[in-house]
Design a protein around this ligand. Structure first.
Ligand SMILES: Cc1cc2nc3c(=O)[nH]c(=O)nc-3n(C[C@H](O)[C@H](O)[C@H](O)COP(=O)(O)OP(=O)(O)OC[C@H]3O[C@@H](n4cnc5c(N)ncnc54)[C@H](O)[C@@H]3O)c2cc1C
Length: 389
């Protein structure tokens, strides 16, 4: 198998998520900023939103501090975007309206569509060229030293949770006058080698995949170069083969919904084929207002009960059971008919991943366990019966 270069400085060792901070002079803050050396989500929530999440508030327990949620999509989807391109549109409009001098986003390397290439985009065209997920660990923060060099004072940063936690910790040291943070949820990321294994194990044509997503209909949708979509039920994934594919950082992460962004754009809390917008604070509302007229909205949905499916999934995953494809397909159809929808699907996904990550940390990094699992994640995991060891 082809091997890919690893970053040089990795103070978090095996748990490094390659966010890029340690490729810059901000390496000196890594001990506090790195999400996998010093997890401090709740403290940063207070700094950014003025309050940390209230654990007795069921919506905040799961989705973090927020003032509004929406299910929406672009009326006119951007071709080639991950979903309908809401994230790219916000980036482009922020530049066009002169709100910011640059947008931190990530394009793909010209040689490899899945190899991330972070940039400080100065034009809408450069933001547009960064559309679509690079489903690999991405060193977005590796461009931080460029910000003062390029005279950038107002920045919109787009990123996933671990990148944003590090950015929030050092944001006062960058010399910015304005910082807007647009986050996406993120889970189960992989390094480039892991991505290859995932594609080789799961898709019928790994070399032609241009885009994939774990969708709300309990299937992975792979879009290929010729436009056709291949669907593989979650329950048909080769769990045994894939157990070691996900990056150890992602197996140790509890910031699925990007708690420290001003605005989060994902899909997991929205009905099938809609995007999910989580407005965390006033600045997030301003970002959303930039594109509101270009969106159509539908009602938020919150239906079903996730608990039995999560509990069943714990042992299937833990024992590395791979179901025959015919059974996986039947289960997928059944759960899609009667299973959790909308926000309850979001909770299903959060519960499943938090339990898996909790067990991973307890077994593989027992000395980090207590500090790395935030109180909200402990409370969520406590709802389930866990395997003994
Ligand atoms: C690795 C990963 C996992 C995700 N998992 C989930 C999930 O489980 N549930 C959920 O609801 N949403 C998830 N998302 C978010 C979702 O897939 C979409 O990115 C989001 O809905 C925005 O879609 P869009 O069409 O508006 O984005 P686009 O307009 O296509 O823009 C995508 C933006 O993502 C940025 N980006 C691409 N790759 C990366 C990367 N590796 N790291 C940081 N930034 C990147 C680009 O800079 C670009 O600006 C994930 C995103 C990523 C990157």
């Amino acid at each position: 198998m082809k091997s890919y270069p690893k970053p040089k400085n990795r103070p978090a060792l095996e748990l490094c998520s390659e966010c890029g901070l340690c490729d810059t002079s901000y390496l000196r803050y890594a001990k506090w900023a790195c999400a996998f050396i010093t997890q401090h989500i709740e403290e940063l929530e207070k700094k950014v939103h003025g309050t940390s999440r209230i654990l007795d508030n069921p919506q905040q327990l799961y989705f973090g501090v927020h003032q509004a949620m929406h299910s929406a999509r672009r009326k006119d989807p951007i071709p080639g975007a991950q979903w309908t391109g809401i994230v790219s549109t916000i980036g482009m409009r922020a530049l066009e309206r002169g709100w910011v001098d640059a947008v931190l986003c990530v394009q793909a390397s010209p040689e490899d569509r899945f190899r991330p290439q972070p940039i400080l985009a100065r034009t809408p065209a450069e933001v547009l060229a960064a559309r679509v997920n690079k489903p690999t660990l991405s060193p977005n923060l590796s461009v931080l030293d460029e910000i003062p060099k390029q005279g950038i004072k107002r920045l919109l940063a787009i990123g996933v949770g671990c990148q944003i936690q590090a950015l929030r910790t050092v944001q006062d040291k960058i010399g910015l006058e304005e910082l807007y943070v647009l986050g996406t949820p993120c889970v189960d990321n992989v390094n480039r080698q892991g991505l290859q294994k995932f594609l080789d194990t799961t898709s019928h044509s790994p070399s032609t995949v241009v885009h994939y997503e774990f969708m709300q209909d309990f299937q992975v949708h792979f879009r290929h170069e010729d436009g056709h979509v291949e669907k593989v039920p979650f329950f048909g994934l080769n769990t045994k083969e894939l157990k070691d594919v996900f990056a150890p950082s992602c197996l140790s992460c509890f910031d699925y919904t990007n708690a420290l962004a001003d605005l989060v754009v994902g899909y997991m809390g929205a009905p099938f084929q809609w995007q999910w917008l989580l407005v965390r604070n006033e600045r997030g509302q301003q970002l959303m207002n930039l594109v509101k007229d270009e969106l159509e909205f539908t009602d938020m949905v919150d239906k079903g009960n996730r608990k039995a499916a999560v509990q069943q999934g714990i042992s299937i995953y833990d024992q590395g059971i791979t179901l025959p494809m015919w059974l996986a397909q039947i289960m997928g159809v059944a759960i899609n008919q009667i299973g959790p929808k909308g926000l309850e699907y979001g909770r299903f996904s959060i519960d499943s991943h938090f339990v898996r990550n909790y067990l991973y940390l307890k077994r593989n990094h027992p000395t980090k366990f207590a500090q790395q699992v935030p109180a909200f994640a402990k409370k969520i995991v406590e709802q389930y019966k866990l395997p003994d060891s």
